[in-house]
Design a protein around this ligand. Structure first.
Ligand code: ADP
Length: 243
């Protein structure tokens, strides 16, 4: 059984069909990368998985249970699926540690004292041990983005979604954030990423899906897809992306 399964997921904005019958399986501990031009529907697909957008048709299963049933309370599901965005959106008036503890304190009613050791371990895991008590404006973009990852992990999600999380970073800061994703994968996290980092997708993904006009038109193991894409659209996209 796949950890996450999408069956014929359809999402429309008015007359614009942004996800057009998406089937996707993500097994436990796998990293799946969604690639494709801007506007292909990658971000919307991630938002649908996290129930930030209602879908028009199809089903989304988490651990075999349909989470896309209309009327279902999205909150318990969202706690099981963490999401990190391009903009890290940390609260500027709170330290990194306070930002990370906020949701577990408010939602899970856990105390700072109880959370501190777990949070310290997470900060250390992602190279942020010295930055827990700093404020966001004292941190680089790459550090802030890693704090945002830690913030999502503090809720102990089963699946993590990443939407272009390195796109707003200066090039020299991208590597540390990609290292954080590698660390997370080696810890066994199930992950879906929308990314423009083709080198990273090729090296780290278990599966790469190429989206165009709301459809996955080609998918496969990264080496095969990057070395010998079958569809002309994939070839054209990769030749532009890898220039
Ligand atoms: P990608 O992440 O691949 O760049 P997106 O999912 O952001 O693609 O966008 C896919 C399409 O959905 C685009 O045509 C975009 O304009 C449209 N879209 C995304 N969000 C909304 C929205 N909230 N309302 C209307 N259209 C949207």
């Amino acid at each position: 059984m796949s950890k996450l399964s999408l069956r014929n997921v359809v999402k429309r904005f008015g007359n614009n069909t942004v996800c057009d019958g998406i089937d996707l399986d993500v097994n436990s501990g796998e990293m799946v990368c969604l690639i494709g031009s801007s506007g292909a529907g990658k971000s919307t697909l991630l938002r649908c998985i996290n129930l930030l957008e209602p879908i028009e048709d199809g089903e989304i299963f988490l651990d075999g249970a349909d989470i896309s049933i209309p009327g279902l309370d999205p909150e318990p599901v969202r706690r099981r699926i963490g999401m990190v965005f391009q903009s890290y959106n940390l609260f500027p008036h709170m330290s990194a540690a306070e930002n990370v503890m906020l949701a577990p304190r408010r939602i899970q009613k856990r105390t700072r004292a109880e959370l501190r050791p777990e949070i310290e371990a997470l900060f250390a895991r992602f190279g942020l041990a010295d930055h827990m008590d700093k404020y966001p404006d004292q941190l680089s973009g790459g550090q802030q983005q890693r704090v945002a990852i830690v913030r999502a992990l503090a809720m102990k999600p089963e699946v993590m979604l990443f939407d272009e999380i390195t796109s707003a970073l200066d090039p020299q800061l991208v590597g540390d954030v990609l290292d954080a994703l590698r660390a997370l994968k080696s810890d066994g996290m199930t992950m879906v990423l929308a990314t423009h980092e083709m080198g990273f997708a090729r090296e780290a993904a278990d599966k790469v899906c190429f989206l165009k006009d709301g459809k996955i038109i080609e998918e496969g193991a990264p080496d095969a897809l990057f070395a010998s894409p079958k569809r002309i659209e994939t070839q054209e996209f990769l030749s532009r992306a890898l220039k």
